[in-house]
Design a protein around this ligand. Structure first.
Ligand code: GLC
Length: 736
C-alpha cells in the first residue's frame, strides 16, 4: 500500500513516527531490563583480538538466553547461521549482529590501509572496501570495525599501518571513500556492511608512539588535526563509531562525555551507536578513572558508550545501577533503540538469515575480478622513492638475482589485520610472480641472504655469489608483518637485523641494485637511500603482492604512489610532519644545512628523509600557467585555480597534483602549508591537460583560540605541488 505523500513528509521531518519507530517502541515495551542489557553486550568468538578473560563462554547459551546483541570474531555462513538460530530461541527473538575486523579485505586481501592511502586514488579505495563488503557480507558478517581513521604523526606506533597517515585532508577523503565502500547502496542491501569509524578519538597521538599510551593536546589541535576524518566519516553516513583505549587530556575516550555526547551525539547529531573497544570499559579501572567495574560501567554508559565489547561490564553491572537509580531506564532505552534501529535497517528483523546464503558465499569468495582489483590497487600503492639513471623499469632480457628474506614470504605480504585463513597459498609471492615472467629459469636466481631480525651475515656469501652471476639485483627486505599492527610499537624503526648490511654488500659488487622495502610503517634506511640506485616502497600489498611488484619492476605499471606520511631521518626527529608551524627562527627556505640560531638540531638536518606527498614516476611532469580567477576573494565567494600539467617523459603515467594553502598571518599561528585538495591524472607522453581546483572560504578557515571556525582576512599562499616539499606553482590570494 503506497504511503500518502503527506505522511511521508511528516515522517521525514520526524513529526510522525515511522514504521520502524513504532516497531522499536513496541519491542522496548515488551523487553525486560535484562533483555535490554543483553542488547548492549558484545561477545567475542574464539578468534580473540584482545586479552581473553578466563570466563567460559558458551556462545549458543548466551545467544539463546538473549544475553548478547552482537558477536565479534565469528565468520562464515555456517557459524553465523548456527548462532542466529540460537538467538531465535530467545524470548524476544532479536537477531544478532555479527562483527569482524574487515580492515583491508576479507578473503581477497588488499594492501594495508596506509598503503592504500599512498594511492591517493579514492575510487580505488572505495572499490577495495566495496569488495571487502561483498565478500564479508556473503560470509554472514553484518558489521566491520573499519575504517580506522586515526591520524598519526608517529611511525613508531604500530597501528600507523591501519590508518591513512598524517594529514586531515587526505585522511578525511580516505575515510569517506571507505565508509561509502563498506556501506555501499546503504544498510539493507545484502552486500552492505555496517561501517565503524574508529578510534574516537586521538588514539594515534599516543605519547612516544607507545601503544595504548596517553594523548594530551589542545582542543584546537584535536579539532584541527584529529577530528576531521571522523567528521568526514559521519558526513558519509557511517553507522557506528568505536571509541578507544587511550586517555585524552586525562579522560579515557571510552568514558569521555565530551567526545561521545557533546561532540558526536550532540554537536554532530550522530544517530548510530557507539561501541567500546575490547574491554575498554573495564580498563578504566586500570586508568584510575573508575574505582571498580560498576563505576566503570556507569561512567562509560552515561558518557555515551552504547555497547560493551568483550568486557561484559554492562552485563554484570547495569541492572544493579538501574535499580539504584544511578542510570535511568530512559537512557537504557535510548541506547537499545540505537542498536535495534541498525538491526532493522539491515533487514534482520524481517529475515535474520538474509546474510546466510552458502551458495553466495562460495561464489563471492573466489571471484577472479576481486583478485584483479586487488592487484590494480596494489600497483597504485607502490611508491618509487629513487630511480637513478632510470635503472627502472627492468628490461625483460636481464638475468635477475632475487635476494632477501621476504622474497618467498606469503603470510607477511598480507600485513597486520588480514583475516586469518588456514593457509595463505593463494597469496602471490615476489618469487612466484617473477618465476612466471622469465622466459628461462636460468634468468632468475635466488638467495635469502639473511633473515629479517637475525644478526648473522653468513648468508651474504651466497647472496653475493648469486649477484655476481646476474645482470641486476632485486633485493626484498623490510619488517615482518607482525612488527606493525596493534601492540606493535617499535622504539627503533630502522630495518631490523643485518638487512641494511646485506644491501651494502650487494651494492659493493657493482651490480645495479633495486631495493624493495616491505613494511607497515615508515622505516629508517639512510645508508640504503644514499647508496642504492633504485628504491620502491612496497608496504604490505596483500594477495596479489608479487604480481603488482613485478608489473612495476618491468614497467607494465608506471608507479604513481605518493607518501601519506613523512619518513624521518632519525627517531630523534619524531614527530616530524609537513604541516608544521614556521616558528620565530625558521631555517631559511631551501637551506638544507644547519644554521646558527634556527629551529632544528645541530646533529641532523631538520628536513625529513622523504616528505609527505613524495613519490616519483618513470616519466616526468611539467606544471605551467597557474591562473587564479581572481587574486582577491570576498566572503562566501569561490575562486578557480587552474594550471597546465604536461607529461614531458616517454611513458604514460599518473601524477597526483596537490593543492596547498598557507595563511600568512592570523590570530593564531598557522602551518607553513596545509593540503586542501588533490587530483590524480593520467597523461600520455607529451599530453597536456588544464587542471582546476576550486578554493572556497572553508579552505581558508581554522579554529581560533576560542575554538570558533573562522576565515580571517589576509594574504594566502596558493601552492600547487608534486609533493609537500616540491611546490611547482604559487601565487598569492587576498581574502577580504
Ligand atoms: C582491538 C582493536 C580494535 C578492534 C577490536 C576488535 O583491540 O583496538 O580496533 O576492532 O579490538 O577486534
Amino acid at each position: 500500500m503506497r504511503i500518502p505523500f503527506k505522511t511521508r513528509i511528516l515522517r521525514l521531518f520526524g513529526v510522525l513516527p515511522t514504521k520502524t519507530d513504532r516497531r522499536i517502541a513496541s519491542l522496548l515495551k515488551l523487553m525486560t531490563l535484562d533483555e535490554k542489557i543483553g542488547q548492549l553486550n558484545q561477545i567475542s568468538g574464539n578468534l580473540a583480538t584482545g586479552p581473553v578473560s578466563d570466563r567460559e563462554t558458551n556462545l549458543f547459551k548466551i545467544a539463546s538466553e538473549g544475553k548478547a546483541g552482537s558477536f565479534l570474531n565469528i565468520k562464515s555462513v555456517e557459524h553465523t547461521k548456527a548462532l542466529q538460530e540460537a538467538a531465535m530461541l530467545s524470548r524476544m527473538k532479536i537477531p544478532l549482529l555479527f562483527a569482524l575486523d574487515v580492515i583491508h579485505g576479507y578473503k581477497t586481501t588488499f594492501p594495508i590501509p596506509l598503503a592504500e592511502a599512498a594511492s591517493w586514488d579514492m575510487e580505488a579505495v572505495e572499490l577495495s572496501a566495496r569488495i571487502a563488503a561483498v565478500e564479508a557480507s556473503a560470509s554472514g558478517i553484518h558489521w566491520t570495525f573499519a575504517p580506522m581513521v586515526d591520524i598519526t604523526r608517529d611511525p613508531r606506533w604500530g597501528r600507523v599501518m591501519e590508518g591513512a597517515g598524517e594529514d586531515p585532508c587526505l585522511g578525511g577523503k580516505v575515510a569517506r571513500a571507505r565508509v561509502k565502500g563498506f556501506q555501499g547502496k546503504g544498510l539493507g542491501a545484502t552486500d552492505a556492511l555496517i561501517a565503524c569509524a574508529k578510534h574516537f578519538a586521538a588514539y594515534g597521538a599516543a605519547v612516544g608512539g607507545r601503544e595504548y599510551d596517553s594523548a594530551d593536546m589542545s582542543l584546537r589541535m584535536l579539532w584541527e588535526t584529529y577530528l576531521p576524518p571522523f567528521k568526514a566519516a559521519l558526513d558519509a553516513g557511517v553507522a557506528t563509531f568505536m571509541n578507544g583505549f587511550n586517555d585524552l587530556n586525562g579522560i579515557p575516550a571510552t568514558g569521555s562525555r565530551y567526545l561521545q555526547r557533546d561532540i558526536l551525539k550532540g554537536r554532530w547529531g550522530f544517530e548510530g551507536f557507539v561501541v567500546s573497544d575490547w574491554a575498554s570499559i573495564k580498563e578504566m579501572v586500570n586508568h584510575g578513572y573508575a574505582s571498580n567495574s560498576s563505576d566503570a560501567a556507569q561512567k562509560a554508559f552515561t558518557a555515551g558508550n552504547d555497547m560493551d565489547m568483550a568486557g561484559e561490564c554492562y552485563l554484570e553491572n547495569l541492572s544493579e545501577l538501574v535499580k539504584k537509580k544511578k542510570i535511568s531506564m530512559r537512557m537504557i532505552d535510548e541506547a537499545v533503540e540505537r542498536i535495534l534501529r541498525k538491526k532493522f535497517e539491515m533487514g534482520l528483523f524481517d529475515d535474520p538469515f538474509r546474510f546466510c546464503d552458502s551458495q553466495r558465499e562460495q561464489e563471492a569468495l573466489c571471484n577472479p575480478e576481486h583478485r584483479e582489483a586487488a592487484r590494480q590497487m596494489a600497483e597504485k600503492c607502490i611508491v618509487l622513492l629513487k630511480n637513478e639513471k632510470d635503472i627502472l623499469p627492468l628490461n625483460r632480457s636481464l638475468k635477475i638475482a632475487l635476494i632477501g628474506p621476504l622474497v618467498k614470504s606469503k603470510k607477511d605480504m598480507l600485513g597486520a589485520w588480514s583475516i586469518d585463513w588456514p593457509e595463505h597459498s593463494d597469496t602471490v609471492t615476489l618469487y612466484e610472480a617473477l618465476e612466471k615472467r622469465v622466459t628461462d629459469s636460468s634468468m632468475l636466481m635466488y638467495a635469502q641472504g639473511c633473515g629479517i631480525s637475525d644478526d648473522t651475515s653468513e648468508g651474504f656469501i651466497e647472496a653475493i655469489d648469486v649477484a655476481n652471476q646476474a645482470d641486476v639485483v632485486v633485493v626484498s627486505i623490510g619488517e615482518k608483518s607482525d612488527m606493525s599492527g596493534e601492540a606493535r610499537s617499535r622504539s627503533d624503526i630502522h630495518l631490523p637485523g643485518v638487512q641494511e648490511d646485506l644491501v651494502m654488500a650487494l651494492c659493493a659488487t657493482g651490480k645495479p641494485v633495486i631495493v624493495l622495502i616491505h613494511a607497515g610503517r615508515p622505516l629508517i634506511f639512510n645508508r640504503i637511500s644514499d647508496r642504492a640506485p633504485a628504491i620502491l616502497y612496497t608496504w604490505w600489498l596483500g594477495s596479489e603482492a608479487g604480481n603488482a611488484i613485478a608489473n612495476v619492476l618491468f614497467g607494465d605499471y608506471n608507479p604513481s604512489g605518493k607518501l601519506p606520511i613523512t619518513f624521518p631521518r632519525s627517531e630523534g626527529q619524531i614527530p616530524v610532519y609537513y604541516n608544521h608551524f614556521n616558528t620565530g627562527r625558521p631555517i631559511p627556505e631551501g637551506h638544507t644545512g644547519e644554521t646558527e640560531y634556527t629551529t632544528g638540531y645541530i646533529d641532523i638536518s631538520n628536513s625529513p628523509k622523504f616528505p609527505f606527498g613524495y613519490g616519483l614516476s618513470y616519466t616526468s611532469f611539467a606544471y605551467e600557467n597557474l591562473k587564479l580567477s581572481t587574486t582577491s576573494m570576498k566572503e562566501n565567494q569561490k575562486i578557480q585555480v587552474s594550471f597546465d600539467l604536461k607529461n614531458t617523459g616517454s611513458r604514460t603515467g599518473e601524477e597526483i597534483v596537490q593543492l596547498y594553502i598557507r595563511d600568512r598571518v592570523a590570530s593564531v599561528v598557522r602551518p607553513v602549508k596545509e593540503l586542501k585538495d588533490f587530483k590524480k591524472i593520467k597523461l600520455k607522453p607529451g599530453e597536456c591537460k588544464c587542471l582546476e581546483f576550486t578554493i572556497d572560504e572553508e579552505m581558508l578557515s581554522f579554529y581560533n583560540d576560542k575554538l570558533q571556525w573562522v576565515a580571517e582576512p589576509g594574504s594566502f599562499d596558493i601552492m600547487i605541488g608534486t609533493s609537500s616539499a616540491d611546490i611547482r606553482l604559487a601565487d598569492i590570494l587576498e581574502f577580504k
